[in-house]
Design a binder for this molecule. Structure first.
Ligand SMILES: Cc1cc2nc3c(=O)[nH]c(=O)nc-3n(C[C@H](O)[C@H](O)[C@H](O)COP(=O)(O)O)c2cc1C
Length: 326
């Protein structure tokens, strides 16, 4: 049985990618993830604001122009963050064989985009751009928000030759078209569906705003499943599924829907690094039970495209199931 997959043009020994998070913020953890059989890792994101501040500092002539101690410390700290990130890439690449994918969390196409070149030079195998825009402004047009995805990816694509992937959220009125156009732009090789935002909640005792669960639950996997299934085979990009994938069975479902890989985070936080082995075992059992010799045989078998446009993936009403419940 062959569980290898190709993702972003990279050869992965299995489709389990450990997603961007605190699990991937040190070379030591990345080595442990490799020892526990991860297929690849996406490093913890660097934030656009951190890079922009550093760019401004360089453009303005350096820290000597800022005599105030506070500013000095602030700039020094930011500079250190960038240096640390490049070291994280370089040191991780030195200590593991699996692909190391860097990540930038961005909302705009400002000067930070030139930093992508440093990331490439530090040795990253690919770069994931986590475009984190919440369409929360009632005066901002949806099209402007979607256009930003193209501005960012186009600008970064001009600075690097490593494969680019874009991690998007599901907040889009024209989600299928957005994904299709991103793949058709030729700027990105992969699309990660979907970024999981923290949601606010209200504590009913204290009437204070709190944050809801930081970690996903195992039933959330159906959100990316639908969109991977609807779009795989139709878009010319590798799709990675993320959110709610907690075991080998939901991994197998995403591959059957057409994903090239899955990004897993919460399940590893909850169960430890050794749990990767269990996910893989369970995934292999699905392959054995259904006589799939390779991931390639399995990939997209149950996509919308391959299921003769089975409308189940488009169904959104529960009438058929709950029509009789009063
Ligand atoms: C503690 C924590 C930190 C995260 N940090 C990042 C990050 O820096 N960049 C990013 O793109 N996603 C980040 N994520 C999102 C994850 O990469 C992933 O997309 C999300 O958690 C859904 O996958 P899951 O259901 O397996 O947790 C983070 C998630 C968690 C739980």
């Amino acid at each position: 049985m062959d569980i290898k997959t190709v993702y972003l043009g990279l050869n992965l020994r299995n489709p389990i990618v450990i997603g961007s998070s605190g699990l991937t913020d040190s070379p030591d953890k990345i080595k442990r993830l490799e020892d526990n059989n991860a297929g690849a890792v996406v490093l913890k994101s660097l934030f656009e604001e951190q890079i922009n501040a550093e760019t401004h500092r360089t453009v303005n002539g350096g820290i000597n122009d800022y005599p105030e101690a506070y500013e000095y410390i602030e700039k020094y700290t930011r500079h250190k963050v960038l240096e640390d990130y490049l070291n994280l890439i370089a040191e991780s690449k030195d200590s593991v064989e699996i692909p190391v994918i860097a990540s930038i969390n961005c909302v705009d196409d400002e000067e930070w985009t030139s930093f992508a070149k440093d990331i490439e030079e530090a040795g990253a195998d690919a770069l994931e751009l986590n475009i984190s825009v919440l369409p929360s402004d009632p005066f901002k047009d949806g099209k402007d928000i979607e256009d930003m995805h193209f501005k960012i990816t186009e600008k970064v694509k001009k600075t690097v030759s490593i494969p680019l992937s874009v991690k998007i959220s599901y907040y889009s009125a024209g989600l299928a078209k957005l994904i299709y156009n991103l793949s058709a732009s030729g700027n990105v090789r992969g699309i990660t569906l979907f970024n999981r935002f923290y949601n606010p909640d209200i504590d009913i005792e204290t009437l204070k705003i709190t944050s809801s669960n930081v970690f996903s639950t195992p039933d959330e996997y159906t959100l990316p499943l639908r969109w991977v299934a609807l779009l795989s085979g139709k878009v010319d990009a590798d799709l990675a599924a993320t959110t709610g994938i907690h075991n080998g069975i939901s991994t197998a479902k995403q591959i059957l829907a057409g994903a090239s890989a899955v990004h897993i985070v919460s399940a590893i936080y909850k169960n430890g690094f050794e749990y990767i082995g269990e996910i893989i075992k369970e995934f292999e059992n699905v392959m054995i039970n259904h006589n799939f010799a390779t991931v390639k045989d399995m990939k997209g078998k149950l996509s919308f495209h391959n299921m003769n446009y089975n409308r189940a993936y488009e169904r959104i009403q529960f009438m058929k199931y709950f029509g009789g419940i009063t």
